[in-house]
Write a protein that binds this ligand. Sequence first.
Ligand code: FE
Ligand code: FE
Ligand code: MG
Length: 178
Amino acid sequence: MSESDFSIDVAVIRERARAKMEDGPVTPTYGGDVQRVIEILNDVLATELVCWMRYSQNAIACTGIDRAQVAAEFHEHAKEERDHAMRAAERISQLGGDPDFNPETLARRSHTTYATFDDNDLKKMLKENLFAERIVIQSYQDIIRWLGAADPTTRRIMEDILAEEEDHADDLTDLLGV
Ligand code: FE
Ligand code: FE
Ligand code: MG
């Protein structure tokens, strides 16, 4: 690549940086539909909170011979889902939106469902949590592809979260022995 392939008009950039300072990190070079990105991140936030609650409930409630091992994995996943929720909420705020923690609409907005299971049916619990992970893996991949090059920071956050969801799915698959 030659030097002439890339040029930057610093005068224009400075002028744009001065205008709408109240938008903080969102500048005219933001390539996406910021309102739509905020909406999608709020769905991610709802999904992560529901996953955090489901794993937390299952971790506390599960019983049976393999309880210790399964509970430890569910607790670990619960902690990571909460962390995903906070990363989405933080990004919503950076983009000028309001992170929506309203419990009244959480379940409706979530991609995954909140479910409790027979306390001693560890297999069913593992299976249904694997089902939830396989849902978010697909929806997050779609989000990442949709974001494309428009918002690299949100995309990177979603890519980091996706990698952990794939790790969760792999942990559950290992425990299920399938
Ligand atoms: Fe998650
Ligand atoms: Fe997960
Ligand atoms: Mg794990």
